[in-house]
Ligand binder design. Structure first.
Ligand code: FAD
Length: 297
């Protein structure tokens, strides 16, 4: 096998198929950081087309079958190669992670959802990705396999910065485990310029019941406001939780959250516009989820 050095955007690449995740790890090791995993190809192939990536080899993991999403030990288990489309139709996902079943409909378009995979979306780590935000909102963990064996990474520790995660160059994502949330109240909003665009801003809210009638355990995750999805500090949620459903308290939290952000200005939106979107949509979702209408989108 040739392992190229001095690669340029014009270089050819090898194509190899992995029949198991262990094969994929072995092949990654042989290429010593020069190879890329090819899953649904919905982010990687555009990056190759644009010459933003020029790997020595593509290791195709499509031969590795994904089992249906299922519940094991109180966690919804989703294999890495599960297509986005499966998340929209799976009864297990709808029942145990309705926030995920809802939000995945906002990923791209039908063509993208037919090919793209959960593992690919997490590994790609776009700061606006819906599946990353929901994995964080649900407090999930990501299963990673490498030469030293399997390890799990809490979603809170997984996303490092733009297109960068805690997965090493010789490791693969094999699956995701999400604490079930069938009794949670939830909401998801995203603002896009056109249908199928990446989110300008997204807000995910999940409220699990508190112990013995206490305050709900609330997680709010924002997409499109930083170099990775952002989990909102619990301190900023305190006003909303102090009087759940009170619009003034919800507004207080939402305003403080928006003011705490330092988003980028880019071609699509200014930093101020992003903060404004966060304030509006977070307020609406906090009112809805903590008030009487919880559970709906
Ligand atoms: P690939 O493109 O095959 O791979 C992406 C990256 O992850 C590569 O670096 C690859 O090496 C790595 N990788 C893949 N699988 C693994 C694994 N198991 N272990 C380790 N590394 C791995 N995404 C959104 O979130 N929201 C959107 O609104 C959205 N809109 C889109 C619109 C269009 C028109 C297109 C083309 C794409 C869009 N996407 C969107 C991206 C889409 O969701 C991708 O499917 C996803 O980001 C990557 O998944 P994939 O399986 O296609 O991965």
């Amino acid at each position: 096998m040739t392992t190229p050095t001095d690669r340029t955007p014009a270089s050819c690449f090898e194509y190899q198929r992995a029949e198991t995740w262990a094969d994929a790890v072995e092949l990654l090791g042989l290429w010593d950081g020069e190879a890329k995993i090819l899953a649904g190809g919905q982010s990687l192939i555009p990056m190759l087309n644009l010459r933003l990536a020029f790997p020595g080899a593509l290791i195709d993991v499509n031969p590795i079958a994904a089992a249906d999403p299922r519940v094991e030990n109180g966690r919804l288990v989703i294999d890495a190669n599960t297509r986005h489309r499966v998340l929209t139709t799976s009864d297990a996902v709808r029942t145990h992670a309705p926030l995920l079943a809802h939000a995945v409909q906002f990923v791209g378009n039908v063509r993208v959802r037919n090919r793209g995979t959960f593992g690919g979306s997490l590994a790609h780590a776009d700061p606006t990705a819906e599946l990353a935000a929901i994995t964080l909102a649900m407090g999930g963990e990501i299963v990673v396999l490498g030469p030293a064996g399997e390890r799990t990474v809490a979603a809170d520790d997984f996303f490092v910065t733009y297109l960068t995660t805690a997965v090493g160059p010789d490791e693969v994502v094999t699956g995701v485990r999400l604490p079930v949330a069938e009794d949670a109240r939830w909401g998801f909003h995203e603002v896009v310029r056109r249908y199928s665009d990446f989110a300008t801003v997204s807000v995910s809210v999940l409220a699990r019941p508190g112990a013995a009638g206490g305050s709900p355990r609330l997680r709010v995750v924002l997409g499109g406001v930083a170099d990775r999805p952002v989990v909102v500090d619990q301190e900023l949620l305190a006003p909303a939780l102090s009087d759940p459903g009170d619009p003034d308290r919800a507004r207080e939290s939402a305003t403080a959250i928006a003011e705490s952000l330092d988003p980028d200005t880019d071609l699509h939106a200014t930093a101020d516009y992003r903060r404004r979107l966060v304030a509006i949509h977070t307020r609406r979702l906090l009112e809805q989820v903590l008030g009487d209408e919880g559970g709906a989108a």
